[in-house]
Design a binder for this molecule. Structure first.
Ligand SMILES: CCCC/C=C/CC(=O)SCCNC(=O)CCNC(=O)[C@H](O)C(C)(C)COP(=O)(O)OP(=O)(O)OC[C@H]1O[C@@H](n2cnc3c(N)ncnc32)[C@H](O)[C@@H]1OP(=O)(O)O
Length: 316
């Protein structure tokens, strides 16, 4: 049976696509500017296509904290209300799409804040995965864990070469929630999803393409956005309501599973982060990331010296 919330969402969709007149679309058309949600999420509507480029903008790595998730959730509401023609999700970083959940939200958490954090993550997933408007991701950098999740929620993925994408949770000693797994099962073949999830595997761009985790490779961010636009334009000839309801029907079991069990999912999350073994893994991971970040200049210097050494050897 459909949950009342889901029926409401469907009804709202029909209302939006059938009853809201072109006046709503004109509002979008007039605004060809960049809107900000606390600067953490930038929205740029193209007046010719009606597509919104939504840019995650939390340097250095777009790690998903409460504030970023709340801003993103509110952007998704706005796009829905404005009957958006389509969304392209990307990042303001030149090397990272999103580093996934902000580990600082999970490690030694404040319980009041972490409740809001997880609830916001649930909101974003429900709104993005079940959005009435078509979505594509221009993955212009690494996309581990939550970054991969948001990319997989979109209906089409274009990625730049030499980056990595995947649900790496098991490598951190944590278990991806069932709705993360469901999103991956909806994206790549079941058997491959099981292997990828249990191994916590991160895929390089080429391998992600072979697996079907992404749909295309682009030369640069501009090309990625262009390829996403070509994908979204395919829907311009398809009646909006039929497209939206087909997508939502396809994804409804996964969405209803979470909609109907939000509190249980929250309790499971609390249980996981209260486990001393999980906290210990997260603590080690935070320390590893910090060390890696501090070692960067040294590693880069070593790489540079190696390069000089190699070219001198070639000359001799
Ligand atoms: C318990 C149930 C919950 C289950 C669900 C979990 C889902 C998740 O999303 S868990 C998060 C998993 N994310 C990762 O494993 C990614 C970790 N980060 C990286 O692999 C790399 O940072 C990167 C490949 C994304 C980028 O590499 P790059 O060399 O460009 O940057 P770094 O020098 O590594 O990082 C810069 C800076 O950012 C901090 N940082 C990186 N990732 C996170 C993060 N996820 N949360 C918080 N902070 C992060 C890193 O420590 C550096 O900070 P400092 O310069 O201040 O040390």
């Amino acid at each position: 049976m459909l949950s009342s919330k889901f029926i409401h969402a469907f009804t709202r969709q029909i209302y939006h696509t059938n009853l809201i007149t072109s006046a709503t679309f004109n509002v979008i058309k007039k605004h060809n500017s960049t809107h900000t949600k606390n600067d953490l999420v930038l929205v740029d509507v193209n007046d010719k296509t009606g597509f919104s480029i939504v840019t995650l903008n939390r340097p250095p790595v777009n790690s998903l904290n409460l504030e970023l998730l709340s801003a993103f959730s509110s952007v998704l509401d706005d796009l829905h209300k404005n009957n958006s023609r389509g969304m392209i999700l990307t990042s303001s970083s030149s090397t990272v799409f999103s580093a996934g959940l902000d580990i600082n939200e999970l490690y030694k958490p404040d319980m009041d804040r972490v409740r809001k954090f997880w609830t916001s993550l649930q909101d974003c997933w429900i709104k993005l995965y079940g959005s009435s408007f078509p979505t594509a991701a221009a993955i212009n950098g690494h996309a581990p864990a939550g970054g991969c999740l948001f990319a997989m929620c979109c209906e089409y993925r274009v990625m730049l070469p030499k980056y990595t994408i995947g649900l790496n949770e098991t490598q951190l000693g944590i278990v991806a929630p069932t709705w993360f797994m469901a999103t991956m099962k909806n994206t790549i073949p079941l058997r491959q999803a099981e292997l990828a999830l249990t191994l916590g595997k991160m895929f390089k761009t080429d391998d992600a393409l072979k697996l079907g985790l992404i749909d295309e490779i682009a030369e640069n961010k501009e090309d990625a956005i262009h390829k996403c636009e070509i994908f979204l334009k395919k829907y311009q000839k398809i009646p909006q309501t039929a497209r939206a309801l087909t997508k939502q029907s396809y994804r409804k079991n996964d969405i209803m599973e979470l909609e109907n069990n939000r509190e249980a999912d929250l309790q499971l999350f609390f249980l996981a982060i209260s486990d001393p073994r999980v906290q210990s893994s997260l603590g080690k991971y935070v320390a590893f990331l910090k060390l890696k970040s501090r070692m960067k200049p040294i590693l880069e210097a070593v790489k540079f010296l190696k390069g000089i050494f190699k070219s001198k050897k070639k000359k001799n």
